[in-house]
Structures are given as C-alpha cells and as structure tokens.
Design a protein around this ligand. Sequence first.
Ligand code: SF4
Ligand code: SF4
Length: 63
Amino acid sequence: MAMKIDAGTCSVCGACEFECPNVAIRMKGDSFTINAKKCNECEGHADTPQCIEVCPSDSIVQA
Ligand code: SF4
Ligand code: SF4
C-alpha cells in the first residue's frame, strides 16, 4: 500500500518531502507526487505515515 497526494488541495509547501524516510515524495512539474513503489507507509520508521502527520492541508490519503 502507498499514499497519494491530492493535487487539488496540496499547497505545494514541501513539508512532506523532507519527512519521507524512503525519499518517495518528489516534485514533478509544479506539484508533489508520491512514488508508490518507494512508499511503504513508513513501516519500520514510524507508527504512522509521517507525510500525513506534517501535511497542513490533509492532502495525503491512502492510494
Ligand atoms: S507514508 Fe511514509 S514512506 Fe510513504 S510517502 Fe509518506 S512519508 Fe514516505
Ligand atoms: S505537506 Fe501536504 S500541502 Fe505540503 S507539499 Fe506535501 S501534500 Fe502538499
């Protein structure tokens, strides 16, 4: 399973990119996207998806 970013509500603040232990979040064009192959929902790193914890606009949801 992986997370995905709702580009409609994402403010492109960049906070999630730095929290991801798997470097799964990248700027693509003018929006952030999550590489589903790299995202493991932070398993082994934290109890909860760290990108969701830091997102100020609740733009990250289960894919
Ligand atoms: S859930 Fe964790 S591994 Fe997946 S994109 Fe968010 S911070 Fe990265
Ligand atoms: S933390 Fe949320 S609002 Fe900021 S870039 Fe990531 S998904 Fe977008």
